[in-house]
Design a protein around this ligand. Structure first.
Ligand SMILES: NC(=O)c1ccc[n+]([C@@H]2O[C@H](COP(=O)([O-])OP(=O)(O)OC[C@H]3O[C@@H](n4cnc5c(N)ncnc54)[C@H](OP(=O)(O)O)[C@@H]3O)[C@@H](O)[C@H]2O)c1
Length: 275
């Protein structure tokens, strides 16, 4: 049986990505993030998702180094912020991220947002960074089908992943279908709806039938859809709870009930507005 430590998805560029990752947006700086990452690694997580704009790359890096898990067993992802987009700027921003992390390489470097007029230059920079070996894989975030089509037409190397908001209330069917066709792994951010729908009555009913928590149901739905899920928590009990999503299966009736919840709910920023 799979576990949070062993469940992975293959990347088109080679290697694998662990299917559950700890998100650290709004986890703060300093001890809170360091403790959350150490707790997650102890609980079996092998994937940490940070970004330059989260302000805690240094804390993530410190926890990775402090943990007893070998570096090569941990998948570390960070992201290029919007103000740093452009060919030269992106390379400088990557160097700065790597310095803050205190690592020799990251496992995944993502363009955080499809900034118009800059994103293709940024992508050329990411291709160069990957060629240098300092990012094992490169990808994008908040790219919808038109952004991906434009990128694939221009790129030498396709993105290995697209990180988008995804949960039963925002199912991203079109983007997922496109990514399935083009071998791009989808990563679901805000898989717990940023906390907005954790008390939804349909989720509660499915959770009661499965004997699981609402958060576990939301994450399991994503796992069964074949995507990576990136739950954020700084609470030890919830970090452990969110990892425990491989010991049960949602049956057809449960998946249908969840599939019926799509309402296009973007809890954060919405790339449908980005030309
Ligand atoms: N690429 C992007 O543009 C982008 C955008 C947004 C997010 N992300 C990534 O996705 C990650 C997760 O997204 P998110 O932070 O927006 O939201 P989320 O993971 O959907 O939800 C986090 C919220 O749920 C709470 N929570 C966690 N586990 C819970 C549980 N078992 N039961 C009840 N509540 C629980 C957390 O509080 P506690 O901490 O108190 O447990 C927090 O308030 C981010 O950290 C980041 O890595 C990426």
């Amino acid at each position: 049986m799979n576990s949070v430590s062993t469940a992975t998805l293959p990347l088109s560029s080679g290697g694998v990505i662990p299917q559950v990752g700890l998100g650290v947006w709004q986890s703060g700086r300093g001890a809170t993030t360091r403790t959350a990452v150490l707790t997650a690694l102890r609980a079996g997580y092998r994937h940490i998702d940070t970004a330059r704009i989260y302000g805690n790359e240094a804390d993530v890096g410190a926890a990775v180094q402090e943990s007893e898990v070998p570096r090569e067993e941990i998948f570390v992802a960070t992201k290029l912020w919007n103000d740093d987009q452009g060919f030269d700027e992106a390379q400088r921003a990557f160097d700065a991220s790597l310095r803050r992390l205190g690592l020799d390489y990251v496992d995944l470097y993502l363009i955080h947002w499809p900034v118009a007029g800059k994103r293709l230059d940024s992508w050329r920079a990411l291709e160069r960074i990957k060629a240098s070996g300092r990012a094992r894989a490169i990808g994008v975030s908040n790219f919808l089908v038109p952004h991906l089509e434009e990128l694939l037409a221009a790129a030498n190397e396709p993105p290995a992943v697209d990180q988008i908001e995804m949960h039963p209330f925002l199912q991203q069917r079109e983007t997922r279908a496109f990514c399935a066709k083009t071998a791009i792994v989808v990563e679901a951010y805000s898989p717990l709806t940023h906390g907005r729908k954790i008390d939804d009555p349909v989720i509660a009913a499915v959770a009661a039938r499965a004997g699981r928590s609402p958060a576990q149901v939301l994450l399991r739905w994503g796992v069964q859809k074949g995507v990576v899920v990136l739950p954020k928590s700084t609470n030890e009990g919830r970090i452990i709870e969110n990892a425990d999503v491989f010991g049960f299966t949602l049956d057809g009736a449960a998946m249908s009930a969840l599939d019926a919840l799509d309402e296009g709910l973007a809890t954060g920023w919405d790339p449908r507005t980005q030309a």
